[in-house]
Write a protein that binds this ligand. Structure first.
Ligand SMILES: *[C@@H]1O[C@H](CO)[C@@H](O)[C@H](O)[C@H]1NC(C)=O
Ligand SMILES: *[C@@H]1O[C@H](CO)[C@@H](O)[C@H](O)[C@H]1NC(C)=O
Ligand SMILES: *[C@@H]1O[C@H](CO)[C@@H](O)[C@H](O)[C@H]1NC(C)=O
Ligand SMILES: *[C@@H]1O[C@H](CO)[C@@H](O)[C@H](O)[C@H]1NC(C)=O
Length: 339
């Protein structure tokens, strides 16, 4: 099912209003100078071209090296103030690593990109690898409703950042924080030289069939000419994509043959292993469980908590039926205008 079909008129009206009201800050975002750290990256690139070497004092490089596995792989997620609250999404996410199979040791390879000071502070007190992505003049700290203006801005910002990580020669798994890590995903990620591997909202059984609908809430990317260029093009596409989220833009690029044009090998991951609420059902063989097809943070928290409680209770055995969770499906009701 096409998630964007859930977008309702109210949300669109709100986005339109927000665009009008904050037109100045919106256009500021589109200008190349918007990202303080983005400017920093470019200076660093210029240096790298000359020396081809690690530049001491580059905070990003140091932070990546600290969090990285021996094979230059990190697990990246984005944290804001709303997710960082005690008893919030960050806590639940980390709890899944602790009670998951083979996931506890992966916590030290988590690289949390914090987008506001509150998130950075909370992250730093928890012994995690925290990186402060500095922005000028925009507050990303509130809860961002699906497809709100702030939500879309945050998505684009992470695309820019992740492209930079690839340029530095790191592979990463990007995971949204509303993805529970129940089992280590690495055994179910292919190691046949794929440039990218995407989780999907639905899966047709054919791992290289581009008609599988990608979900950018969980994916693997390896550095290379193709992926670096893809991220450049993806971010550059934001200007002609007003009001679209980056996942949909990437979907369009895929449909336009971008992966093939850039010579990339891209695999689509089975929803049995990289699962989500869109699919329904319990974890089964799932490595990860994404609260996709869900509108609010509260609903995600409620339903993911029920699932993780069951996970702990059943301890690896597959129960007949998992506790019904309805908060996510009901999260659309308040706003969706029924045809
Ligand atoms: C990197 O190392 C980890 C830990 O040994 C392994 O599980 C993972 O598959 C490796 N990643 C890649 C891309 O080879
Ligand atoms: C990547 O691009 C550079 C410069 O264009 C080229 O020298 C190199 O061979 C390319 N690498 C791969 C793996 O295609
Ligand atoms: C996007 O738009 C901004 C402002 O309109 C402009 O400065 C920037 O160059 C544009 N970027 C691309 C990649 O077209
Ligand atoms: C959960 O299962 C594992 C192995 O399957 C077992 O070692 C462990 O004791 C179990 N934990 C609980 C709390 O039952």
């Amino acid at each position: 099912m096409e998630i964007s079909s859930y977008i309702n008129r109210e949300v669109l009206t709100l986005v339109a209003l927000a665009l009008l009201i904050s037109a100045s800050s919106y256009y500021a975002m589109l200008s190349p100078g918007f990202f303080f750290s983005y400017q920093h990256f470019h200076r660093q690139d210029a240096l790298n071209n000359k020396t081809e070497a690690f530049v001491p004092g580059d905070k990003l490089e140091i932070a990546l090296r600290r969090a990285s596995m021996a094979n230059k792989t990190v697990i990246i997620s984005v944290l804001n103030k709303a997710y960082a609250e005690e008893g919030g999404m960050l806590d639940l996410f980390l709890r899944s690593f602790r009670v998951g199979e083979g996931t506890q040791p992966l916590i030290r390879h988590l690289f949390l990109v914090t987008v506001d000071q509150v998130a950075f502070n909370r992250c730093s007190t928890m012994g995690l690898h925290c990186y402060r992505l500095v922005t000028e003049g925009v507050d990303f700290s509130g809860e961002e409703l699906y497809m709100s203006e702030g939500f879309i801005k945050m998505m684009w910002k992470r695309t820019l950042f992740l492209g930079e990580v690839l340029r530095r020669g790191y592979s990463f798994i990007f995971t949204d924080m509303d993805v529970l890590w129940l089992r280590s995903p690495f055994a179910k990620l292919s190691k046949e030289g794929e440039d990218m591997q995407f989780s999907c909202d639905a899966y047709n059984g054919r791992p290289f069939d581009e008609s599988n609908p990608i979900n950018t809430g969980f994916y693997f990317a390896a550095p290379g000419n193709g992926t670096v260029r893809l991220f450049d093009e993806w971010y550059a596409a934001r200007n002609r994509s007003a009001g679209k989220k980056e996942q949909d833009v990437l979907g369009e690029m895929k449909a336009g043959g971008a992966f093939r044009r850039l010579g990339m090998k891209v695999r689509f991951l089975d929803v049995r292993h990289f699962a989500g609420f869109c699919r329904g059902g319990g974890p089964g063989e799932a490595r990860t469980m994404h609260a996709n097809c869900c509108r609010t943070v509260k609903a995600k928290l409620d339903d993911l908590t029920l699932l993780l409680d069951d996970w702990v209770r059943y301890n690896g055995t597959t129960p007949e039926s998992w506790t019904q969770h309805r908060a996510c499906s009901q999260s659309w009701n308040a706003a969706v205008v029924q045809p």
